[in-house]
Write a protein that binds this ligand. Structure first.
Ligand code: GLC
Ligand code: GLC
Length: 820
């Protein structure tokens, strides 16, 4: 399929089944999927690579994974088949044996992946998924004999246990090579390292028809061998080894004797289980795991009918979850991303924040305060109750100053002291997150929830007060021009204006060598105005008019400061550095114009009346927009600037140094809609839409079904190459931009606003939106070129463009909009 530059496809979308079907195993990068959407999670690549964990990828990792491996994606949930007559063995998922397979396919779907192929007349595929409500994953291996003769096969399935704490597992061998312990009972392998002491959880790996097992890696693989050629698989027999220290693993052997045309299914279950501390052992006083409560769970899911039923429940869950918003526009890429993949990615970013992907090790970062609040924008409509819980968790890590820990660990839900706070944009994102929740649900009770500061018992105050402190945080941290001080960084983690680091290995994010009383951020100023207006609207709704006025007063003051000190003539400045010099100005030699301040100010509606927003968006179009998306700044920094920090540490065109940060592109899209320019907004949307980039797979390289954080910018030798797929604020912001601003189906405190700003050549679109218990069937028809809309609700014309709840028990409402 190779045509021009980078024009290769590695699969196709199956929109009906909500799957991406990969047809070639050696994709440019591992193309992954997530299993699980509650507490048990797995990452799985298109060749069955990846690992699993319970809640926290660092502290409760079930299976081992080596990052930075060669090849990149190695180690996983590997199945082998062996023909006992020819003695040949292979892996239906291609890795680890890498045989030349027929009809290789990997179907990544909503919470599951099916990987398989045909080899030597044997068709085999494995369906991997995590049932709802359970802490386990199921692998259903189906093998069909396509030969004219009987096939005598053996099957093997293997995983490598991680000794729980992934960081320790990767470093502390002097201890860990001695601690590994397993039990095998009734053919089930139990991994119980450290269970004897401070753990009351264990992992298990079970099989529906086990005929042999191994638990010691060396016994399974053989000396000096790797996963592509285990000595046991080669020989056709596992050795029933019991691990004592070294590297515990789980391998099962099954026997597959198949008549011509016959199909057989084998089920494997990998899971996590906890026992009450006082009930760890059976009999009490022994060192044997108490298996009373886990055995029924294992038995249940080894039954393939139960496994199938669990799979159907997972399907309906996604049907329902995605059903909250569905759209039909003239653009298939828009439809597919909004209806399926972008929403799905928003679930992953909500669950993982930036912790566990193939680019985030799961060891370093926990959940980000800024990131997780923004993730709510694309998630809150799907499972509002979980958004509520997340908001309360986040707010409980807020500091009494109103500032925030930049990150927290999901298992402990406590602020991360190593990273600390001082990212001065952080607190405002809480207002943005809470506001999105209120607009979606109308659940005002959340504001009265008593929430701790810094997780200190006794410090509880209503959530509403947390928002007040968030806002006030900036008021007490203004710089020489009256703009917000930037602190360690604002949204752009790499614009470190108080860092001045010349020592290798220092963290740009946590090193602050200047006292930070000078460097200011125009971006935070824009965010302050935006958040201040949201907070004012909330206050007003609560009947706190004086307070609302105060917030508006402060935002007006900030607007005046932005006008005076934040405007460069044609666009918004980005910041002032520690010497009070401009950043993002025509006066600068490099970094004359930045996307963040321009995008966010326009999004916030700053400069709509006096032409500044239009001028800024035009400047962005002229200086920053490329065919692959909008870069962070121009010109790129060609050398390291001590006073700017990490941004200038990246070679030109990568990451924050003039890369295309897909997270902030939507700010410009929204800015364009605020100017009524639907063509430009949708054009920017399409440039980074992964589905629209599917045809250039060899250039784009990342998965065509999810966004990547970054696409290399025009200064980079690999212009157009995406990197860091999956866990990025890109998911939520693009979803929010297309759904709420371009399609214009927008949640407000008052009801559902309908304000599309769509391309001129779209005749219209239809959408279904379930909102606060009512299904809104929206049909938009274009009759003129503009964006003015006339609405009828169930045939009756309404004033304005906010559709209020019917209030008379109607469950479905037809909304028709005529654009002219
Ligand atoms: C990463 C971070 C995010 C930050 C962005 C820009 O995506 O997760 O918090 O805003 O980079 O630096
Ligand atoms: C690095 C990355 C940036 C990310 C930050 C998070 O600086 O370049 O994108 O936000 O790490 O710690």
């Amino acid at each position: 399929m190779r045509k021009g530059d980078g024009e290769v496809k590695f699969g196709y979308f199956d929109d009906r089944d909500r799957e991406y079907v990969i047809t070639q195993p050696d994709t440019p990068l591992p193309w992954i999927n997530y299993l699980g959407c509650e507490a048990y999670f797995g990452i799985i690549s298109n060749t069955a690579g990846g690992y699993s964990f319970y809640r926290d990828a660092r502290l409760r990792r079930l299976t081992r994974y080596r990052y930075n491996n060669v090849p990149f994606d190695f180690g996983g949930r590997y199945v082998y088949l062996r023909d006992n007559e020819s003695k040949e063995f292979w892996s239906p998922s291609w890795q680890p044996t890498r045989h030349e397979l027929k009809d290789y396919t990997c179907r990544h779907g909503m919470g599951y992946s099916v990987i398989g192929s045909t080899y030597a007349g044997i068709e085999a595929h494995t369906r991997y998924f995590v049932p709802l409500g359970e802490n386990l994953e199921i692998w259903q291996l189906t093998v069909t004999n396509g030969r004219a003769t009987k096939a005598r096969l053996s099957g093997f399935a293997s995983i490598e246990f991680c000794l729980w704490d992934a960081q320790d597992d990767a470093t502390n061998f002097q201890r860990n090579f001695n601690t590994g312990q397993v039990e095998v009972e009734d053919g089930v392998i139990y991994h119980k390292t450290e269970y004897r002491e401070r753990r009351n959880h264990f992992a298990y790996f079970a099989c529906s028809e086990p005929v042999g097992f191994d638990t010691q890696r060396e016994a399974f693989l053989g000396r000096y061998r790797s996963w592509d050629k285990p000595v046991t698989v080669e020989a056709g027999a596992l050795t029933n080894s019991i691990a004592h220290g070294w590297s515990p693993m789980g391998a099962h052997q099954v026997s597959l004797e198949l008549e011509p045309g016959e199909t057989k299914e084998i089920v494997f279950v990998l899971g996590y289980h906890e026992n009450p501390v006082e009930d760890k052992f059976d009999p009490p006083g022994s060192q044997t795991i108490n298996k009373k409560t886990v055995k029924p769970v294992i038995a249940k899911y080894l039954d393939s009918a139960e496994a199938d039923a669990a799979f159907e429940r997972l399907r309906s869950y996604w049907e329902k979850t995605l059903g909250v918003f569905q759209v039909n526009t003239p653009d298939p890429h828009t439809n597919r991303m909004v209806n399926i993949w972008n929403a799905y990615q928003c679930m992953a970013t909500f669950n993982m924040s930036r912790s566990a992907s193939f680019y985030e090790s799961g060891i370093g970062r926990g959940l980000g305060f800024r990131d997780s609040n923004q993730d709510l924008l694309g998630f809150v409509h799907m499972v509002p109750s979980r958004a509520r819980e997340r908001i309360l968790d986040l707010a409980a890590t807020q500091l009494p100053t109103g500032g925030a820990y930049h990150q927290y660990q999901p298992l402990t839900k406590r602020g991360n002291n190593d990273i600390g706070g001082g990212f001065n944009d952080d607190p405002h994102w809480l207002i943005v997150g809470v506001s999105a929740y209120l607009k979606e649900t109308g659940d005002w009770s959340i504001l009265d929830e008593a929430v701790q500061y810094d997780n200190e018992p006794g410090s509880e105050q209503p959530l509403y007060e947390h928002l007040q402190r968030s806002f006030n945080y900036t008021l007490t941290r203004l710089g020489p021009h009256g703009l917000p001080l930037i602190g360690r960084a604002d949204w752009n983690d790499c614009l470190n204006l108080n860092c001045f680091s010349d020592t290798p290995g220092q963290s740009f994010q946590t090193t602050t060598n200047k006292d930070g009383k000078v460097a200011e951020s125009v971006f935070i100023a824009g965010l302050f105005v935006y958040a201040g207006r949201e907070l004012a609207a909330i206050a007003e709704k609560r009947g706190l008019e004086a307070e609302a006025k105060k917030y508006i007063g402060e935002t007006e003051k900030m607007l005046a400061v932005i006008n005076e000190h934040g405007w460069d003539g044609e666009w918004f400045l980005r910041a002032y550095d520690d010497f009070g010099r401009k950043i993002g100005s025509k006066e600068c030699e490099e970094g004359k114009i930045f996307i963040e301040s321009n995008g966010f100010c326009a999004l916030a509606g700053i400069g709509l009346e006096d032409g500044k927003a239009a001028s800024a968006m035009d400047a962005v179009g002229k200086h920053l927009a490329t065919k692959h998306g909008i870069v962070v700044q121009q010109p790129a920094y060609s050398k390291y600037y001590l006073e700017l920090g990490e941004i200038s540490s990246y070679p030109p065109g990568y990451k924050e140094n003039a890369g295309i940060f897909c997270h902030v592109n939507p700010w410009v899209m929204i800015g364009e809609t605020r100017l009524g320019r639907g063509d430009a907004a949708h054009d920017y949307y399409s440039r980074i839409n992964p589905s629209a980039r599917e045809e250039i797979g060899d250039l784009h390289r990342c998965e065509p079904y999810v966004y990547a954080q970054m696409i290399a910018g025009k200064d980079a030798p690999t212009f157009g190459e995406a990197k860091n797929s999956w866990l990025t604020g890109t998911a939520a912001w693009n979803y929010y931009a297309i759904v709420q601003w371009i399609l214009g189906i927008r949640t407000t405190l008052e009801g559902l606003e309908i304000a599309p700003v769509i391309p001129k050549n779209w005749p219209g679109f239809t959408a279904t939106r379930r909102f606060r218990g009512v299904a809104y069937e929206v049909a938009i028809e274009r009759r003129g070129d503009g964006n003015s809309i006339a609405l009828t609700v169930d045939g009756e014309a309404i004033e304005g463009n906010i559709v209020k709840a019917p209030g008379d028990g109607r469950g479905t409402v037809m909304v028709k909009g005529i654009l002219s």
